[in-house]
Design a protein around this ligand. Structure first.
Ligand SMILES: C[S@@+](CC[C@H](N)C(=O)[O-])C[C@H]1O[C@@H](n2cnc3c(N)ncnc32)[C@H](O)[C@@H]1O
Length: 338
């Protein structure tokens, strides 16, 4: 079985419809939870599921029992797979109706026992952050106390890169920053974390539809030189910043003479227009990295995501397409040149 999580139970139906349409199956939701089950013979390698926040691929289900008995079962499944491995990403969490993703209580006890079990085989776990170059062990405790266990190798992690989140249970809460000119700043912070790539000092970034400047603010905080485009000016401090060039012009008509490090767009427009941006910036290889939000009106236009997915599969960029925690009725397409 594959288990796919979405942001919260408001999105379960949307996620289910997306999976049913793309894979021509009828998948099932775990009643009342933001979780979808897909049968194992559906191949998710190099696939995109926009409304999934994270996934447990090729998972085994271990029924409710004492924690010790469940851990013994986990050891049986896990040990043959971790020979020769020395370090893994390890996320252990429970899904609850009241609190969503929880790492405390039963999850914490199970985690302690899993760490000991790994240690017995000489395997350590990454204490902080997420490393896409090592295997990934995920343990999800379901509301009925059964355990979903997914272990994927570093090669598989690469093949499922758009589906797997670096955050426990796909959940991330970007810290508040009162100085940011808008709450939208959270999207660009989260996108960098999901990509495992940061905007760094001295890089050149183009911010399309930048006003009032949350994304430009983060790019400047990271030391980038920014060209910001919008019909309206940015927050006063950003307008006075010597490393910000503001252009009052149509972002869809802007072209560059040299490849830029980053192009980002949070423009409010129909998804078709973001396809135009992808055509110029990504297909035309005018950037090294990109982050674009795709905004929807209601539920009618999700079908267009198929065109984004097809493009993502064809480009020379490593692309992630996902609904970020900071996204409302929108998803984010982001990528870096290979
Ligand atoms: C959601 S806001 C961007 C918020 C911004 N990312 C931030 O962090 O503060 C979308 C912006 O896109 C701009 N916009 C819409 N169409 C545009 C176009 N064709 N060219 C430039 N900007 C455009 C709007 O003026 C608006 O300021």
């Amino acid at each position: 079985m594959h288990y796919i999580l979405c942001k919260d139970d408001k999105w379960t139906e949307v996620l289910k419809n997306e999976i049913d349409a793309d894979f021509k199956i009828k998948c099932s939701a775990v009643e009342g939870f933001p979780l979808i089950k897909i049968q194992e013979d559906i191949d998710l390698k190099n696939e995109y599921i926009a409304f999934s926040t994270t996934a447990l691929i090729n998972a085994n289900v271990i029924p409710d029992n004492s924690i010790s008995k469940q851990v013994t079962e986990i050891e049986k499944v896990l040990y043959p797979q971790i020979t020769g491995v020395s370090l893994v990403n390890c996320h252990v969490y429970a899904l609850t109706q009241k609190y969503g993703i929880l790492e405390t209580g039963r999850a914490d006890i199970v985690k302690g026992k899993i760490i000991t079990a790994l240690k017995k085989k000489g395997v350590s776990y990454l204490r902080k952050g997420f490393d896409r170059s090592i295997p990934f062990l995920q343990i999800l405790i379901l509301p009925d106390r059964s355990i979903v266990l997914s272990y994927i190798t570093k090669e598989e992690l690469n093949l499922f890169h758009s589906l797997i989140s670096p955050f426990v249970g796909g959940f991330n809460n970007v810290e508040e920053d009162k100085k940011a000119p808008s709450r939208a700043f959270k999207k660009i912070v989260e996108a960098q974390e999901v990509m495992g790539k940061s905007i760094v000092e001295g890089e050149v970034l183009v911010d399309l539809g930048a006003c009032p400047g949350g994304w430009t603010y983060i790019a400047r905080k990271n030391g980038a030189k920014v060209t910001a485009l919008d019909r309206s000016p940015l927050d006063i401090e950003l307008m006075q910043d010597e490393s910000v060039t503001f252009l009052k012009q149509d972002a869809f008509k802007y072209e560059v003479s040299e490849v830029v490090d980053w192009v980002v767009s949070d423009i409010i427009c129909i998804p078709e227009r973001i396809l135009e941006l992808i055509d110029y910036w990504v297909v035309g290889k005018h950037c090294k990295n990109f982050i674009f939000t795709i905004k929807f009106q209601g539920q009618k236009d999700y079908g267009i995501l198929k065109r984004f997915k097809n493009l993502a599969k064809e480009t020379e960029y490593k692309v992630i397409l996902k609904q970020l925690n900071a996204n409302k009725n929108e998803v984010t397409i982001m990528g870096s040149i290979l």
